[in-house]
Design a binder for this molecule. Sequence first.
Ligand code: UDP
Ligand code: MG
Length: 152
Amino acid sequence: MATERTYIMVKPDGVERGLVGEIIKRFENKGYQLLALQMIKPTKELLEEHYTDLKEKPFFPGLIKYMSAGPVVGMVWIGKDIVKVGRRLLGETNPLASNPGTIRGDFGIDVGRNLCHGSDSPDNAEREISLWFPNGVVQWDPTENNMTQKDL
Ligand code: UDP
Ligand code: MG
């Protein structure tokens, strides 16, 4: 089981519906560690690069329009098997096929408004992290400072 990083993004409909905290909470509750967080209104060029594998798909223009509609919240998370487990927390691409208990299963109906993104492989995760966080992200050890006990 590898310790990996993944890129998770709350899409414009998720931001509009006030689900940013809910989505962060599910990853924190699971035990994963947050490394980076940004709200950004992405350009079409950035989105086209992010979704470059889907360029030929009939839904591509609609996808870019949807993703350009408002700000997104992009995050980097780290932990054991997080690429696969992160996608399990999100649910299936189509919210109607997603189990209750998943983000898309609990909050969505339409594939074209499915609230969140998660990288689909460790390689793609690293590609997406470089694309969305070109200046790099922090590394930190959540156990090193013992903030609740020391120096009070
Ligand atoms: N999408 C869509 N119609 C489809 C398939 C996908 O609008 O028939 C959108 C949807 O927002 C999805 C995104 O395109 O999240 C990327 O598709 P992908 O197959 O990579 O799904 P994901 O990895 O997000 O589950
Ligand atoms: Mg995908």
